[in-house]
Design a binder for this molecule. Structure first.
Ligand code: OOG
Ligand code: MG
Length: 267
């Protein structure tokens, strides 16, 4: 089977996009789609993701950026998979640090400590490297992702999670916009706590050795579909540690050492 060709029909891809988007909007857990379509290819999986993205735009949502997922060993081990994936970020996913987050709008959310890059120049693969990423970056900002796989018990394989835009649904933006020459992302330490109890701790180097590599990888993955990472993108580079589940009433905080503490309450 050629993974760069479709096994699914156009109608099946549209139907699966609607199915997964409905799961998000109606807060429904669904079984992973490879159970019903075991022969689906990578092309099918990414086509479903891009079809969901088109549905968001058709509903007047803006796509404001992208996320990389499964970029650290901690996350790959937690989810039982072995390579990074991307997803999109829609405008209504954005939450400011300190805010209350409506947990009833979500299925089974988990939080992840990440660094986001904001770009001022298009990045066009296939040969994007770290130097290109640094030259295209306006600033970096602490950001906590809230992931919410639409799949039952957060159990999936890579094709299913790709179709489900890598579990994206919300992210909490920090307040500090940091120039890249003012921070060493590889040694940046994060401490994630829930209700003042430390749950996870990690450093930027956990993300592919350097979070900038994750942005380069994204641009190169997009090139496989003849897509670019446009100027002005907000790019989440992937969790530095395993993700932590949250429940109603929880207060979360992530200390970005020497930078700021990002907080939110789940209400
Ligand atoms: C997939 C998304 C993982 C990350 O930062 O590694 C991710 C998942 O675990 O549901 O966002
Ligand atoms: Mg993430």
């Amino acid at each position: 089977m050629n993974e760069y060709e479709n096994q699914l029909t156009h109608e099946e891809i549209q139907k699966l996009a609607e199915h997964l988007e409905n799961a998000e909007l109606q807060k429904l857990e669904v079984t992973k789609i490879t159970d019903d379509y075991p022969h689906m290819t990578w092309q099918d999986a990414y086509d479903i993701q891009w079809a969901i993205r088109a549905r968001k735009r058709a509903n007047n949502h803006k796509i404001i950026g992208m996320k990389m997922g499964l970029t650290s060993a901690a996350k790959m081990q937690q989810m039982g998979v072995d390579s990074p994936t991307y997803g999109f970020l829609a405008d209504y996913f954005a939450i400011e640090s300190g805010a209350d987050i409506e947990i009833d709008a979500l299925i089974h959310p988990k939080i992840e400590s990440e660094i986001a890059f904001v770009t001022h120049t298009d990045l066009k693969g296939p040969n994007v490297d770290v130097a290109d990423v640094l030259a295209a970056t306006e600033y970096v900002v602490p950001a906590v992702e809230i992931i919410d796989s639409r799949y039952k018990d957060f159990k999936f394989d890579l094709k299913s999670v790709v179709a489900d835009h890598s579990s994206s649904v919300r992210f909490i933006r920090g307040k500090q916009k940091i120039a890249l020459d003012k921070i060493d992302l590889k040694t940046l330490e994060v401490i994630l706590s829930i209700n003042d109890t430390e749950i996870e701790r990690g450093t930027g180097a956990a993300v592919m050795g350097d979070p900038a590599i994750s942005v380069a990888k994204l641009a190169n993955m997009l090139a496989e579909r003849n897509e670019i990472l446009p100027a002005g993108s907000f790019v989440m580079t992937g969790g530095m540690t395993a993700a932590a589940s949250v429940a109603k009433g929880d207060r979360m905080s992530v200390v970005y050492q020497g930078v700021e503490t990002v907080t939110a309450q789940f209400v």
